[in-house]
Ligand binder design. Sequence first.
Ligand code: FEO
Ligand code: CA
Ligand code: CA
Ligand code: CA
Length: 749
Amino acid sequence: MNKPNDPVRAIDPDDIDCNDSPNEHFNTVLNARLSRRSLLRGGMASAATAIFGAVGLSACSSDDSPGPVTPTPTPTPVPAEKLLAFTAVPKSLADLVTVPAGYTASVIYALGDPLNGTTPAYKNDGSDDNFDTRAGDHHDGMEFYGLSATGTATTSSSERGLLAMNHEATTDAKLSSFFLHANGGATTLPRPAAEVDKEIAIHGVSVVEVRKTGAAWAYVKESSFNRRLTPLSDIELSGPARGNALLTTKYSPTATKTRGTLNNCGTGKSPWGSFLTGEENWSGYFVRGGADDAARAGDKSIASLKRYGRSQGATSRHGWESAGSDDKYARWDISKKGTSLDGSDDYRNEMNGMGYIVEMDPYDKSKPARKRTALGRYAHESAAFGNPVVGQQLAVYMGDDSRNEYIYKFVSTAVWAAADASASDRMATGDKYLDSGKLYVAKLNADGSGQWIELAMSNTAITGYGAYKFADQADIAINARLAADAVGATKMDRPEWCSVNPANGEIYYALTNNSNRAVDPTSSQLVPDSANPRAYTDMKGSSAQSGNPNGHILRMKEGAGASAATSFTWDVYLFGAEAGASGGFVNLSNLTADQDFSSPDGLAFSPYTGICWIQTDDGAYTDVSNCMMLAAIPGTVGDGAKVTLNHPKANGGTLAVDTYVGKKPSAETLKRFLVGPVGSEITGICETPDGKSMFINIQHPGENTAQANLGDPSKYTSQWPSNAGYGAGKRPRSATIVITKNDGGRIGT
Ligand code: FEO
Ligand code: CA
Ligand code: CA
Ligand code: CA
């Protein structure tokens, strides 16, 4: 979620800043001055067009539809198709999914849908239970895994497959996930166990079979492949931190396993066909006692806990720890309570078990998931593999989504063997590539170059770091943020998903927004730098949003060494902006009304069409449009120009920041494809291998509904998907949709 101006929300768990390391940029920190006036105001001209969006329609009614697609010849077609030939979808505030003329979007799998034949249909009135055998909430990252007609794994099926998807979180106000409970649930502590059990079970991952019959897709309720991972599932720890003392808990005195996965956000699909899920804002679920620093008596864990967002006295998002003495509740209190030296009698180390890329085999329920600790512990988003090359190491690109956090890369020790693409034991193949390798963090320079800095005990910046004494590589993996601080990594404007362009291997990162940049910074703010060059004020109604409220998309090109390179070049592919905003400081990519967007979050290249899909999770431009998805055909790093932004300072001077703006998009290379229902974030994207069916997740429609309005559906800010004819009740539900083209063509043509 991402609602910086939402008065209903006490916290925005996606927008946390725990990085008070001194890492800076190329500019000296400026003294705080008088607070800065609104120098740069986003234009509102585009607002007028939005209200003429496709209200009441599930597809735009424009008759300016693309021409017929030439029928695909067989058997090895080169389709005579034009990418981005669809008519752009206007910005919209309608409580619907809007797609271009000639396309159809259908809901197939929503919060609470049963995953077996015995769990009752979802009533959607707060009386439902058994969520560990239902679809979870807040559908997020998602991948498609093909199934043959006989139910075996295949990469060629476009009619039958598994969707593996994250269930990140739940719509809540004060403590309670109120849409899950008949009366909205308790907003004070202690929380009733029955409510907490539901809330825990709606988190995690689901694997669900989907099938196409005729032109229609549906999920298969009784499929034996259907599976849930929840925060209570047994998960193995793997890689350098397995067995390390920092992971010792009452649950696992040998530090070899942990319980569950939490706040799963972005995803990845490995070249060997496993599912990777990133644990993002897990820290906020834990409570830490007000005197815990003293209880820990100077232990270095105090610095670690603070860096990961749990200073002593931190309260938890849902109060799950208050539901009873049972271990499944007690574990959420990470205060030191026991007398053991190693933590085997309490949950003081419990939080060290969250924050990883978790791998699972979507085809095989019998195989426990594994947390791949070598990839580091932070607020993970997606995990994007570099294009695999036989005989070369594999690279996995990742980001840490909190304000002013970092970009990471893992490089495997093992080199890629083509036979592993069809390995029968996918988890063993994961052991081979993801448990041993090097973890790097990115430093981006003002001249458009950058370095990958290895996080290892061989680096004296790490062994000599004053703020935290690292013991070994396991400690570096568990405290990757501190290690990245130590080596002077570049603080970014909230790295969300990343993806690799299959055409050329360049790496794209969505940097969603950052309220913490300012030309005249306070002590907690950063000045703009080359890779995060904007700080401006955008108005949302009468409310001023400052920093980089609309976000940007960075891209990187590896230097010598390809996946194992330690240097790269970069530029900014696109700057999010309102079309009417100043071209001098804000709308640097010259976005038009058919292209303008804010807060890029999901980002994925189609391996089939090569289209770069950009999804938003926005709170800045939502006075004009609900969140959206755009289709793009990007160029290459360096195809644009160097630009110097002369930011006006409060004292009358200027702050000059050089940046590198990618070639400005044309109407043929960037176009809005979809707008979602009210309050939703557009996320999760995958396709069938024929490129003709695309699955998308609609997360948290109606998020800004007040809990007090639970009894009056007319006051829900969204009634989707019931208003699209899906399911019982009017409470809004996160859901998976499938998009097809009416003429049977590929998506995005
Ligand atoms: Fe869960 Fe940063 O998006
Ligand atoms: Ca605005
Ligand atoms: Ca997200
Ligand atoms: Ca986000």
